[in-house]
Write a protein that binds this ligand. Structure first.
Ligand SMILES: Nc1ncnc2c1ncn2[C@@H]1O[C@H](COP(=O)(O)OP(=O)(O)OP(=O)(O)O)[C@@H](O)[C@H]1O
Length: 525
């Protein structure tokens, strides 16, 4: 039987990928242009070596690395200098958002610019003041674009989304700055939406009912009902749910729509209001590659329309889906491995000695390179560990020009100080008017209150049944008898006597309250 060390690595043999910084030495008869590029590279290497304060040295080989440590020096950290011009187009401070998106650089016409600087999230722990979940992240998300957050399981994708959406759990501590349009603001109702990893849906409703009811609840009162219905129907079709619109969602007790369809219903409900800022946690989990592509391309369309900002964490995008993203934030153990345009990630990896083999999905390659969870399974003795690969990439990113440009861009966005959407309170049963319909709404509210109290009481029944058994045993064994006088006439029996006498009083008070509410209702008719 194969031992762990003899198990062949599952990575197919990588084909050589051209790395700008790993060219062989220039020969005298090389073309002048090639000679020049090599000179540039040498200059670049020397600059980087000077910056690092140490010479480039031969380094270890890493899993999925195609670099050869014995034939040449370790590639220097990526500086992004050879792409400075394209970066200038993508990320320069004066960038106009008007590329077909109808936006301007001045804080965007309608869109929301999200920036975060030196973001740390920690959970308090006994050792060294706590465990960091996110470590000094800086980045931005812009209108009309999709930022994909990727990384191995447990790398902090959901934590980053939660931090940006202001939903971190209470046991965490956050430091750093998160700004919306350059301001420290909480978002107004309906401005942002968050599709969580779990599908929390009403299992008894059909897809159509769930989406229609949500449209009635979320869309503004000023919108006619017919328009709300139309929006719901359009969104159902956009998410490819027309075939299952009349199927019950279902849950643990009744089988309903599939997991992937539930995912789409969750997205459908959150995009009904066409929010300016959309957070998606694993939007494509459970979807086949075609459905993933359709769902994501629709989200891209939404992002482009009127410049919506989308931040999505994603596990395993197909290459087609990956190409839909504009920016990539690659995390490992809460640290940034890469943040920048998707198109430049490949160069970043290859210049650090991890070129993406031909015919492999680049996103798969990045995740394999930085997934240290299964290091034990990787053949030992032929190279460095994934931990070392991660540390090379994290260090290289920190010192790269690309990271400096991200900081500059975030700083520029912070200074824009765009407008913030007006805040509107949304309270159910508020200001419902005096029409016949409003009387029905009041009746519904009273019914809800009564039913809530009743069902809360029913919730205690199972434990009451268990207690009854104990009571029966103890009574039959003569631990105590029944009757009012059992409570006794000592001082400690007074609270029990009070409790018993209060129950009918509380019930009477509740019934009188209901009667009064009914009278008020009748009077307002
Ligand atoms: N509130 C919390 N308290 C303690 N630990 C937490 C808390 N939230 C997250 N973590 C830890 O932080 C790490 C990152 O979690 P997170 O859910 O952000 O990962 P993820 O990248 O989204 O993973 P997955 O892809 O599996 O969903 C995990 O180790 C998790 O256990």
């Amino acid at each position: 039987m194969d031992t762990a060390a003899n198990v062949p690595r599952w990575t197919p043999s990588p084909s050589p990928t051209r790395s700008l910084l790993k060219e062989p030495e220039t020969k005298a008869n090389d073309a002048p242009s090639k000679r020049k590029s090599s000179v540039d590279e040498l200059e670049l290497q020397s600059i980087i070596s000077e910056e690092d304060g140490k010479p480039a040295a031969a380094g270890p080989m890493f899993p999925f690395s195609t670099g050869n440590s014995t034939t040449g020096p370790d590639p220097p950290p990526y500086s992004g200098r050879y792409e400075a011009s394209s970066m200038a187009i993508d990320m320069n401070e004066g960038k106009s958002y008007d590329g077909g998106k109808g936006l301007t650089s001045k804080g965007s016409r309608n869109g929301l610019l999200l920036t975060w600087t030196d973001l740390w999230v920690t959970v308090p722990g006994a050792k060294n003041g706590g465990r960091p979940l996110l470590q000094g992240l800086t980045g931005y998300a812009e209108p009309g674009e999709i930022l994909a957050i990727m990384g191995p399981s447990g790398s902090g994708k959901t934590t980053l989304l939660d931090a940006l959406a202001g939903r971190l759990s209470s046991n965490t501590q956050q430091t750093g700055e998160i700004l919306i349009n350059g301001r420290k603001e909480t978002l107004a109702f309906g401005t942002s939406a968050y599709v969580t990893q779990d599908d929390i849906l009403m299992t008894t409703l059909t897809v159509r009912e769930a989406v229609h009811f949500s449209a009635q609840l979320q869309l503004p009162d000023s919108m006619p009902t017919s328009e709300k219905k139309e929006r719901a129907e359009i969104t159902i079709r956009e998410m490819g749910l027309q075939g299952s619109a009349d199927t019950r969602i279902g849950g643990w007790n009744v089988k309903g729509i599939s997991g992937g369809q539930k995912r789409r219903v969750s997205i459908c409900i959150e995009i009904l209001t066409r929010p300016k800022l959309l957070f998606l946690d694993e939007p494509t989990s459970g979807l086949d590659s075609a459905a993933s592509y359709h769902v994501m391309s629709h989200i891209v369309k939404l992002a482009r329309q009127d410049g919506r900002t989308v931040v999505a964490s994603i596990h395993q995008p197909s290459s087609e889906v990956f190409e839909l993203f504009h920016n990539l934030c690659l995390l490992s153990s809460g640290k940034t491995v890469y943040f920048g345009p998707v198109s430049m990630a490949e160069q970043f990896f290859s210049s650090n000695g991890f070129p993406c083999p031909a015919l492999r999905n680049p996103s798969d390659h990045y995740l394999r390179t930085i997934n240290a969870d299964f290091d034990m399974d990787v053949e030992k003795g032929h190279g460095g560990s994934t931990e070392e690969a991660i540390s090379v990439l994290v260090k290289s990113y920190k010192s790269s020009e690309i990271s400096q440009r991200v900081c500059l861009r975030a700083a520029f966005i912070r200074e824009q100080k765009g407008g913030i959407p007006e805040k509107k309170g949304r309270t159910i049963y508020y200001d419902i008017g005096k029409t016949f319909g409003s009387i029905q709404a009041r009746g519904s509210m009273l019914m809800f209150v009564a039913a809530f109290l009743t069902f809360m009481a029913i919730g205690g029944f199972p434990s009451f049944v268990e207690d009854m058994k104990i009571f029966g045993r103890e009574r039959l064994n003569g631990h105590y008898g029944v009757g009012a006088f059992v409570v006794g006439n000592t001082l400690s029996s007074i609270p029990y006597l009070l409790m018993i006498s209060l129950i009918p009083g509380a019930m009477a008070y509740y019934l009188v309250g209901l009667q009064r509410a009914w009278n008020t209702l009748s009077a307002s008719r």
